[in-house]
Design a protein around this ligand. Structure first.
Ligand SMILES: C[S@@+](CC[C@H](N)C(=O)[O-])C[C@H]1O[C@@H](n2cnc3c(N)ncnc32)[C@H](O)[C@@H]1O
Length: 442
């Protein structure tokens, strides 16, 4: 009998579930939870009582996925993650957080730097560690160690002893748009994230709201605001713009049918004369959202204007010629008056409330009452069941002194800035909380 089976048999239960020994909380079969002994901690799954339900959900979402239900993939993925968490022991979870996540990050970033993923993805033919060492100019023994970890964590595939093959993720990492996220985090965010516990302790666990006194300044030993550090470093700027251009791809977009009624609420009722401005994307980076709008609504009448800081706007290249690029700092008065809509995507989440009010105060005089709309494309965090992508972004924002907001918070902020929320539009069956907050002058 194995040690695990022996302990389970001593407890009188197989597989750990229905034993009252799920870690942390009482399970549904027993009112009294017995604390685990030290011997049991390394071998007891964290939530065994959830396993049967998750397995049946996986079976049913799996059937729907194979039947090509477009929503089933995400449900299946979430169930699969929940299953892993339920099955993992506390020791395994601790090792994953402490060892695996930091080291796989380092291995991927190194792989990006030495163009490992390009070399591996040139064809679907597996490549040996020795060939990859030659291709990348690396010490074969060092590279073989990185390759083993990349394969152990499923970043690359294993085709045999010291033989590797590409995966879908490997192929995506050949594109700078995807791979730039890794060096970007290291160059501008990770030291701030690592400094967060010390920063919060030093500041009595208060919510940071001064963007020049945050974990970012502590971690990077600087006095500069995050966007100042981006402005001063062309490499970061390029990586940040690339990361911005793909972070929301594949998720429901407000421009899609069934999310925000673009035709009825934006196009209809807009002035169709030639110089009418339909949409201004404020802080629109290198124009990916306006390009998407042009692609999805090619016949929408009126001008499309992209605004961002001069150091960013100058990189907006290859856009549809009808998209106008206008350098503009949104802490100064909005120069384009009376547009149909002023749009901001993931802009206000970068700033604490008082600075959002300054951005909006510079916009308000440009709005034409009863005509202009402010469209705010941001996360609206629910009180329960927030999605992990949003909560992780929220903590990244905490390190720069801002954050994601709940619906209540959005109402308070926007009403204090003389705006009235007409409606918060959210995609049906969406995982994540990115919504379109439609506002007008109050
Ligand atoms: C988080 S990014 C979002 C980019 C884009 N809207 C998107 O969702 O992909 C924030 C953007 O705000 C821009 N930004 C920061 N400070 C600005 C300012 N003072 N005036 C105009 N744009 C600014 C940045 O350059 C960046 O492109």
């Amino acid at each position: 009998m194995t040690e695990l089976a022996a302990i389970q048999s001593k407890n009188g239960h197989a597989n750990g579930y229905a034993s009252g020994h799920s870690n942390g909380t009482a399970n549904s079969h027993s009112k009294e939870a017995s604390p685990l002994t030290n011997d049991q901690i390394p071998i007891s799954p964290s939530a065994p009582q959830d396993v049967p339900g998750l397995l049946s959900q996986i079976a049913s979402h799996g059937d729907a996925f194979l039947g090509i239900d477009p929503d089933a993939r995400l449900k299946l993925l979430e169930d699969a993650r929940a299953l892993v968490n339920a099955l993992e022991t506390p020791r395994e979870s601790m090792i994953r957080y402490c060892w695996a996540q930091s080291t796989i990050y380092a291995a991927i970033e190194t792989g990006v730097d030495i163009e490992l993923f390009h070399k591996l993805s040139l064809s679907d033919k597996p490549k040996s560690a020795a060939e990859l060492a030659e291709d990348t100019g690396c010490d074969p023994f060092m590279l073989s160690r990185l390759l083993k970890h990349l394969a152990a964590m499923d970043v690359i595939g294993e085709a045999g002893p010291d033989l590797y093959r590409r995966t879908g993720f490997t192929i995506a990492l050949c594109s700078e748009k995807y791979s730039d996220g890794f060096p970007l985090m290291t160059r501008r965010f990770t030291a701030g994230i690592h400094a967060l516990p010390a920063y919060l302790k030093k500041n009595g666990y208060r919510n940071p709201t001064n963007p020049t006194d945050t974990a970012l300044q502590l971690g990077f030993n600087t006095d500069l605001h995050f966007f100042e550090t981006v402005k001063q470093d062309p490499v970061t700027a390029k990586q940040f713009n690339n990361h911005m251009s793909i972070y929301s791809l594949g998720r429901p977009s407000w421009m899609d049918v069934g999310f925000f009624p673009v035709q009825e609420r934006l196009i209809e009722g807009s002035n169709t004369t030639n110089d009418n401005v339909l949409l201004i994307d404020m802080g629109g980076s290198i124009g990916h959202d306006l390009s998407e709008f042009k692609r999805k609504w090619p016949d929408a009448p009126g001008r499309l204007i992209l605004q961002d800081l001069p150091t960013v706007a100058c990189h907006a290249q290859g856009l549809d010629p009808t998209i106008e690029v206008m350098p503009h700092d949104f802490f100064t008065p909005q120069p384009v008056k009376g547009a149909r809509a002023y749009y901001m995507h993931s802009v206000l989440h970068d700033w604490p409330d008082d600075m959002c009010r300054k951005i909006l105060a510079n916009l308000i005089p440009a709005l034409r009452p009863g005509y202009s709309k402010v469209l705010i494309n941001e996360n609206v965090i629910p009180d329960k069941g927030a999605y992990w992508e949003t909560t992780s972004l929220d903590l990244i924002m905490m390190t720069i002194g801002s954050g994601e907001r709940t619906e209540r918070h959005w109402y308070t902020l926007l009403e204090s800035a003389r705006l009235k929320i007409i409606k918060v539009w959210t995609a049906p069956a969406q995982k994540g909380e990115e919504s379109l907050i439609e506002c007008e002058l109050a």
